[in-house]
Write a protein that binds this ligand. Sequence first.
Ligand code: UD1
Ligand code: UDP
Length: 361
Amino acid sequence: MKIVTVVGARPQFIKAAMVSRAFNKYDSVTEYVIHTGQHYDDNLSDVFFRELELPLPNINLGVGSGNHGNQTGNMLIKIEEVLLEQKPDWVLVYGDTNSTLAGALAAVKLHIPVAHVEAGLRSYNRRMPEETNRVLTDHSSDLLFAPTDTACNNLLREGISKDHIKVIGDVMYDAALFYARKAENFSQIMGNLGLSEKNYILATLHRAENTDDKKRLETIIDGFNAVADDMMVVFPIHPRTKDKLRQYNLLGMISPDIMVIEPVGYLDMIILEKNAILIATDSGGVQKEAYFYKVPSVTLRNETEWTELIEMRWNRLCPPVNGQQIRDCIFEAIGSEGNDIDMYGSGNAADRIASDIIFKD
Ligand code: UD1
Ligand code: UDP
């Protein structure tokens, strides 16, 4: 059996690393990995292949950045060419990026079955590019790997047959379990940055809704600055956010008390997350990792797809409308603890994905 995996963005390399490892247990399976080139900086792409022992992609399409139509369209053209040549039995896509949608669309048009990991997540905010990508990918897929019952119910409500849905847990949880010990042995980041345990807030920011609106971005930075008056903030900055800050002439407003660093590799990120006293983020993956390491988090958005984190009080939503409010929300959440979430599986999601694809009748 031949499986073509399509990846392109940071979180997809982490998820694919786990599933590739699961495919490797089967001699009958050949995996061919397409990297669309959506992420191309070393610290958004290559570092994950080096550190996570993920086989190098068989091909990098080098699509790079661009407007949605341009980026997704170029991927579609190039992925189709590879699929025509490779003739896989399945195409496997992850998450909700433009690479996900392009992979699914290229495959479904060629009548190649599509498997989607992280199916069924919904924000119900159609202004998010990710929401469009998720909905269209789910409705193009033959096998939908939902991480939770909530995600499964979202799919059922949209009329997707339960025969196509598998609730298998969260492959990011598998990754957290698998890489946490490796991270402890490998990472020097605490010493390198001069950080001590539970003495700083970790912040990440990259969602278009936060970065592409000057006022909103300014408000968030205002909030981080107010936090940094009383507590160290470590801010690995996504290149999108840096570009927008530069474009809006806001780079100079970042307080010198904020430790702005380049994006870090996954192993360093695990250590930064584990040792933070709180995580403030708009990332999907980082919200969950905060819970995996039992660190309270604040999500700088109006809504989240991972609603159980809110219900179980590990995470709280803080729509960025006012800097002082962001500061207060962060300080209120420090030290809080939620209830256990028995929803992300037991760390075998990747094995389930591999076996469900291979043995699908
Ligand atoms: C993308 C996904 C988002 C996901 C995120 C993971 C879409 C629509 N968005 O967002 O869902 O959460 O990846 O990190 O697919 N850039 C660089 N170097 C790079 C990559 C990007 O400098 O290697 C800069 C460019 O200015 C680019 C901008 O970041 O225009 C945005 O990159 P893009 O891949 O379009 O979206 P992300 O914000 O990374
Ligand atoms: N991540 C990382 N280095 C960073 C920031 C994030 O390795 O500097 C990891 C993080 O631990 C998580 C994933 O990238 O596993 C989340 O990716 P991102 O926030 O870019 O996207 P999202 O999950 O929101 O799609």
